[in-house]
Ligand binder design. Structure first.
Ligand SMILES: NC(=O)c1ccc[n+]([C@@H]2O[C@H](COP(=O)([O-])OP(=O)(O)OC[C@H]3O[C@@H](n4cnc5c(N)ncnc54)[C@H](OP(=O)(O)O)[C@@H]3O)[C@@H](O)[C@H]2O)c1
Length: 254
């Protein structure tokens, strides 16, 4: 395989794919990170950081680096990038594959309330009279919950919100997954959590909280994934590698 492959990354799958491709002779792999995280872990191969400037900017970038394929390995909730990739790759005539981990599905015994947005999640907390809530969200997603002054929030985030939204009663727990089941059980018990708010990220790294919630009989307010363009999609890194092998056997002429 001789090719330039662009990975839209920032996810476990993006890092794993970069690692697998970087050691292949003849492959130039460039991972793209949005630049949201301070001191991000750097993927194997080359890295570029920051937005492209919309679909047009992405198309320009793809033509400049003479990309042969793009793998959209962005997080299931990074939908804007997904739509830009759809349009930008079509404009630059570069094949695009989506790699997306399957969504979590409710298991017997789960008490999930599924919401399409944070406003729906907020309304549910009010309607249910939640009192002690674990917010397992990104630091940019907290604001809709800040006005709920009768609720004690345990906010778990990878890095500190800056600025912190004006919560009346909140505790910040800085932690990066993966999280184990024992630790999740202990966390829910110690903080007497009665509701978890999270999004349907899928995967194993942060799934233990769902098991712990089921065991504890508490509600999970789960945000559904945003819509994405219909694209060829695989669930696993090895499937993406197989797709690349097929596509890049005869790369297009530049
Ligand atoms: N959303 C989450 O829950 C979550 C969780 C874990 C990791 N991440 C990762 O964090 C990044 C940002 O997520 P988001 O939800 O803010 O995305 P988003 O809403 O889909 O993207 C907003 C804008 O950020 C830029 N962008 C996003 N991903 C990029 C990438 N990989 N490389 C270059 N530019 C990118 C694009 O800017 P331009 O229009 O200027 O090109 C895009 O239009 C993604 O790469 C995602 O994989 C997100």
């Amino acid at each position: 395989m001789r090719a330039t492959v662009i990975i839209l990354g920032g996810t476990t799958e993006g890092y794993a794919l970069a690692e697998a491709l970087a050691s292949r002779p003849g492959v130039r792999v460039i991972s793209s990170l949005a630049g949201r995280t301070d001191n991000p872990r750097l993927p194997a191969g080359e890295t570029r950081v920051g937005g492209f400037g919309g679909a047009e900017g992405l198309a320009d970038f793809l033509l400049t680096v003479q990309a042969d394929a793009v793998i959209d390995a962005t997080h299931p909730f990074a939908a804007a990038m997904g739509w830009n990739a759809h349009v930008g790759c079509a404009a630059a005539a570069v094949p695009l594959l989506r790699i997306e981990r399957p969504a979590w599905q409710p298991q017997p015994g789960d008490q999930w309330f599924e919401a399409d947005d944070w406003e729906g999640a907020r309304a549910r907390l009010l309607a249910r009279g939640a009192r002690r809530v674990l917010l397992a969200l990104g630091r940019q997603e907290l604001a809709p919950f800040a006005g709920l002054d009768d609720i004690h929030f345990l906010i778990r985030a990878v890095s500190a919100p800056d600025p912190m939204p004006p919560f009346a009663d909140a505790e910040l727990l800085l932690a990066r997954g993966p999280f184990g089941l024992e630790d999740e059980r202990a966390l829910l018990a110690e903080h007497r959590i009665d509701t978890i708010v999270c999004k349907n990220s899928g995967g194993t790294a942060t799934a233990a909280k769902l098991t712990a919630a089921r065991e504890r009989g508490i509600e999970v307010v789960m945000r559904r994934r945003p819509p994405r363009p219909q694209r060829p999609t695989v669930a696993r890194v090895d499937e993406a590698l197989a797709w690349l092998e097929r596509k890049l056997d005869h790369p297009p002429e530049h």
